[in-house]
Design a protein around this ligand. Structure first.
Ligand SMILES: Cc1cc2nc3c(=O)[nH]c(=O)nc-3n(C[C@H](O)[C@H](O)[C@H](O)COP(=O)(O)OP(=O)(O)OC[C@H]3O[C@@H](n4cnc5c(N)ncnc54)[C@H](O)[C@@H]3O)c2cc1C
Length: 603
């Protein structure tokens, strides 16, 4: 009898968990039935010989994935094997900063700081270590490789990271001790002259892109049909990975909406290895979540079906100068910010950079003409003839692929150490508080090694889109996306790096004053990995975050897909390897302890 009572208490206490957390239930005391809490365990990492699969098991697994097991290495490792390898190191600084060179290596991250390894091409490191680069990976080329990998990960309770291109600014595509699922070689793409969506819409020229296809490849390919898809500014970013699932802005988003607004369907492998079609009729909640809720969180996207459009012609204009005095520079920035609504209303997209008293601005207008570009040039520069301005253009491009080949394909060097923070700036603030906006730009950027990057990529169709997806709703009311960045060279002390990280967090508070204060938003793909209150900042509101988390708990109850500041990561330890013991569980354990004490006392 006593045993029965005790068993009942045990079941009630452990299987019905009272959850106090503000994240799960906001402010109410709610009892939730979450049996999965018992299934979550600390992950087995590669340094744990007790649980890490034996070489025989790895061999069997390798056979089951057609021999696709690989050993990723940090990008500078070949130069650090021994002093003589450093002297004969063939990795040049040009390669080091080449995003294509990085894309092709399973262990390389585009921001090399995320490899977290002591290896460098700039000095010989006798302690060159693996850092955060997984020691084993799967170079997947088929959906079956992905499915078999997930089965293996589940069986052995491994930590998994999904990697496409390694562009992630928060290092979410690499993790110490994990198994890497590398999708870079899944390169199929198909153009469908007519795609019928599950709810009956017939879409002309939709494309299906597999997980490893990059935007540059898409632009080149579609260029031959005079079509365009809505991608990023950088051709090396993956088309359907973290970029798409987190939102995706680019030179054409003001014209046709965010990249995520173009998704018609996904093909997904779920945490348990099942393969599912995800669209507006099947797995509808997941479809909503995968369109904005972030990469590496809900499943492995094998491919996505996207809309395309007949390519617009584009005119471009670029200017670059260092002002001849600080006061004149301030005058220009105030003038520029006051002009932004006019520029936006004419349909321009812009990327602009402020550093010290320097300014670079690139402007693109889909379906624009040279006359409009001359007007823009005049508006920007006529009062600043005393500056020594370098101009490129105005220049007409017959189609988007020509802009890509002429401008974007050779920009965006990577490979450095970088930390950033960002805010989306609401359109009404830019229009009505231009003076405050200009002041904030100047104040945020008055540090010598920093750059303030402006993206005029919102407003227009990003605001008017009627898509019902989970992208941060702040995109719909924003005009600008502003990023504050600092970089450092290899060998910079940890102390100095910490100072940079702190400063980046401080500087964004200045941008926050013109971004809606404490409720301001940050684009999760270009954000501070240490952003406090990231749930609200990256996902828009706690209501949206909680809905995403409920979907996450349904499709991935054991938290197989976990990454920094991704939905549900707040249930895991800082290194994301162990489930957190929530206040509810702690309470349950305490109650159980008391009951056991009473039981033994009575006996
Ligand atoms: C040089 C550069 C230029 C950039 N330009 C732009 C830009 O113009 N516009 C813009 O919006 N952003 C831009 N970004 C930011 C970019 O959106 C993010 O870095 C994004 O995370 C890249 O996604 P990825 O899949 O290519 O990278 P990865 O680092 O490989 O992956 C990023 C995240 O997505 C997950 N993931 C990758 N593939 C899949 C998949 N198939 N299924 C599920 N999860 C997956 C990973 O686990 C990781 O969490 C740029 C970044 C860099 C470094």
């Amino acid at each position: 009898m006593k045993f029965c009572i005790l068993s009942t208490i045990f079941l009630v206490v452990f299987c019905v968990e009272p959850t106090f957390s503000g994240i799960r239930t906001s402010d109410s005391f709610e009892i939730q039935y979450i049996p999965y809490i018992l299934a979550r365990r600390c992950r087995c990492l590669s340094d744990n010989a007790q649980c890490w699969p034996s070489s025989t098991l790895w061999q069997k697994f390798n056979e089951s994935i057609d021999g696709r097991l690989i050993s990723p290495k940090p990008s500078a490792a070949p130069c650090n094997l021994n002093p003589s390898s450093f002297n004969s190191c063939t990795i040049t600084p040009v390669q080091w900063h080449d995003p294509f060179w990085r894309d092709d290596q399973p262990g390389a991250m585009q921001c090399s700081n995320w490899e977290n390894s002591s290896c460098s091409i700039y000095y010989y490191s006798s302690t060159c270590n693996q850092g955060s680069v997984p020691i084993l990976g799967v170079k997947a080329t088929l959906p079956e490789h992905v499915q078999t990998t997930l089965e293996f990960v589940n069986t052995h309770n491994l930590r998994l990271v999904i990697k496409n291109t390694g562009h992630d600014f928060a290092g979410r595509s690499t993790a110490y001790g994990s198994l890497l699922l590398w999708l870079h070689h899944m390169k199929n793409k198909a153009l469908m002259s007519e795609f019928t969506t599950c709810d009956g819409e017939i879409v002309s020229n939709a494309i299906r892109l597999e997980a490893g296809v990059q935007w540059g490849e898409v632009f080149q390919w579609l260029g031959t049909y005079n079509l365009i898809a809505i991608g990023g500014a950088s051709g090396t970013v993956g088309s359907v990975g973290g970029f798409l699932q987190g939102g995706g802005h680019g030179p054409l988003t003001r014209w046709k909406g965010l990249a995520v607004d173009q998704v018609l369907e996904y093909d997904v492998v779920l945490a348990d290895g099942r393969r599912e079609t995800v669209n507006a009729c099947r797995n509808r909640d997941l479809f909503w979540a995968l369109r904005g809720g972030g990469g590496g969180t809900f499943g492995v996207v094998l491919s996505a079906v996207l809309r395309t459009y007949p390519s617009p012609s584009v005119v471009s204009y670029y200017l670059d100068f260092v002002a001849n005095s600080t006061s004149r520079y301030h005058e220009f920035i105030h003038h520029f910010v006051r002009l932004l609504p006019t520029i936006a209303d004419a349909g321009w997209t812009s990327y602009f950079y402020l550093s010290n008293t320097g300014f670079q601005g690139a402007f693109f207008l889909p379906n624009g003409n040279m006359n409009m570009a001359e007007i823009l040039k005049n508006q920007l520069t006529s009062n600043f003839q005393d500056f020594n301005i370098t101009h490129a253009g105005p220049h007409p491009f017959p189609s988007y692929v020509d802009v890509y080949n002429g401008i974007f394909s050779w920009s965006n060097p990577t490979g450095g150490n970088l930390h950033m923070s960002s805010r989306l700036i609401p359109e009404d603030i830019v229009r009505n508080r231009a003076n405050d906006v200009a002041q904030a730009f100047l104040q945020a950027n008055n540090y010598s090694s920093s750059t303030l990057i402006g993206h005029l990529v919102a407003g227009g169709e990003v605001s008017t889109s009627k898509q019902n997806n989970s992208v941060n709703p702040a995109w719909r009311t924003a005009l600008l996306h502003m990023i504050y960045t600092e970089s450092w060279s290899d060998g910079t002390s940890n102390e100095e790096q910490q100072k940079i990280v702190k400063r980046v967090a401080e500087r964004v508070k200045i941008l926050q004053t013109i971004a809606g204060g404490s409720q301001s938003a940050s684009y999760m793909n270009e954000a501070d990995p240490n952003e406090p209150e990231w749930q609200q900042k990256f996902y828009g509101t706690m209501e949206i975050y909680n809905r995403l988390k409920a979907i996450k708990d349904t499709v991935d109850p054991n938290g197989i897909f976990v990454c920094k500041n991704c939905v549900g990561s707040d249930d895991w330890s800082d290194d994301l390897n162990c489930p957190k013991i929530s206040s509810g569980t702690l309470l349950s354990v305490s109650i159980l302890n008391i009951l056991l004490l009473i039981f033994f006392f009575l006996n």
